[in-house]
Design a binder for this molecule. Structure first.
Ligand code: AMP
Length: 397
């Protein structure tokens, strides 16, 4: 083992002053113990994810029910079983659950029912920390409301605001968006936040992590009195409780098991790169195996993401990349191609990958160790969805 860690610049490197250039240049290295990334899957299978309860047993509009069935959803997931009825009754909700539990349909189905009862006067606002998550929620809404004449739009940063104007010309029953763009549209008096009936704050902990706390407070103030508020979070930190209690009124509390922890359905292993070996060759050899059907490959830097995607294509493995320097259109296209299977490997950085909900991701590969355990858990959570077994492979030196 080498001793580079000793030289790693402290994270609190002072600005200016006499900084040793060699230290500044040195890459930050993860100090996580690689043993943390080895774990056998304990798949609960569909049984752990789904309940026995059928959607037909719920008091739902027949066409909505048909759309649910067309999506292949037969029985409710745990969170859906616990939340749909109280939400239909108009209750507030505090849910500790992560992506992968079926939470999107859990909040959209009651929203759609409310909207169908009074489409001209009902608006739900779904606020998410990331653009990708926002787009995925709208996609789920569209498939659940096919033929129902309900309308939605997604307003996110990084897109041309002029195209938002057009969408706001019609009555929308569901608006999905990231905090900055929603506030921007409200400031321009285009989005009437005071008409919102149902507010959904999705991935609330991540929203706070990403520094949106003041934006969220502003949004909530502008919305003012509303019928219903739903809050979803993967974790519940004690310091968030005070803020949460101001947002919710007598909420039902739902907690889906394992939330915040590492998914039991994921087989986790490490691959040691021997000194002097070419890491890329090992990766390429690995990814060529036919069982690697859909792979998300994580890197720490955007530059490396670009380079790996290019090199994988050069050795005949269809790959694409998403990261913060790519336009929203580019990212959407990549996710679409990945979903369809036109590209087999999606190389991603952490921020860009949050909220990607592509079914059937067979493998997550960490080309470098993530910096934090939280990042690791979010990364590997892209696989092992919907009760399936996923695989997480982490390269260690
Ligand atoms: P979510 O937690 O909303 O990101 O959902 C995770 C995955 O589960 C998505 O791919 C959904 O399409 C899928 N899903 C949601 N509800 C059900 C259900 N009742 N039965 C089967 N799959 C579902």
């Amino acid at each position: 083992m080498n001793n580079t860690r000793k030289n790693t610049a402290p994270s609190t490197t002072p600005r200016g002053g006499n900084i040793d250039r060699r230290q500044v240049k040195k890459k930050k290295e993860s100090t996580l113990d690689p043993r943390l990334f080895v774990k056998k899957a304990m798949p609960s299978g569909q049984a752990g994810f789904r309940t026995e309860k059928s959607f037909e047993d719920l008091p739902l509009n027949a066409r909505l029910l048909a759309n649910i069935q067309k999506k292949g959803y037969e029985t409710l997931t745990t969170i859906q079983e616990q939340s749909i009825l109280p939400l239909l009754d108009g209750r507030d909700m505090m849910a500790i659950s992560k992506t992968g539990s079926g939470k999107t349909a859990a909040f959209l189905i009651p929203i759609i029912e409310h909207a169908l009862k009074d489409p001209r006067n009902y608006t739900a606002l779904v606020v998410t920390p990331t653009r990708e998550l926002a787009l995925q929620i709208e996609e789920e809404f569209k498939s659940l409301t096919a033929g129902l004449q309900l309308y939605s739009a997604t307003f996110i940063g990084g897109t041309n605001i002029n195209s938002d104007y057009k969408q706001l010309e019609r009555k929308l029953q569901v608006v999905v968006g990231t905090p900055g763009r929603l506030l921007d549209l409200s400031d321009r008096k285009l989005l009437k936040l005071n008409q919102v009936n149902t507010l959904v704050l999705d991935e609330f902990d991540r929203m706070l992590d990403m520094g949106f706390v003041n934006d969220v407070k502003k949004l909530v103030n502008l919305i003012g009195k509303r019928d219903q508020t739903l809050l979803f979070s993967a974790t519940l930190e004690p310091n968030q409780k005070q803020l949460i209690s101001t947002l919710l009124h007598n909420p039902i509390e739902v907690k889906v098991e394992n939330a915040g922890g590492t998914n039991e359905n994921i087989e986790q292993q490490t691959i040691r790169v021997p000194e002097g070996a070419d890491k890329f060759d090992i990766l390429a050899g690995l990814v060529k195996s036919p069982e690697m059907e859909k792979v998300i490959l994580f890197t720490e830097t955007k530059r490396l993401a670009d380079r790996l995607a290019k090199k994988l294509n050069q050795v005949g493995i269809a790959a694409g990349q998403i990261h913060g320097d790519k336009s929203q259109n580019f990212r959407n296209r990549m996710i679409e191609e990945f979903k369809k299977g036109d590209i087999r490997v999606l190389v991603a950085t952490d921020v860009a990958a949050r909220g990607i909900d592509v079914a059937d991701v067979s493998h997550v590969i960490n080309y470098q160790l993530p910096m934090t355990m939280d990042a690791y858990i979010h990364r590997i959570g892209r696989t092992g969805r919907a009760g399936k077994v996923g695989h997480a492979i982490t390269f260690v030196n």
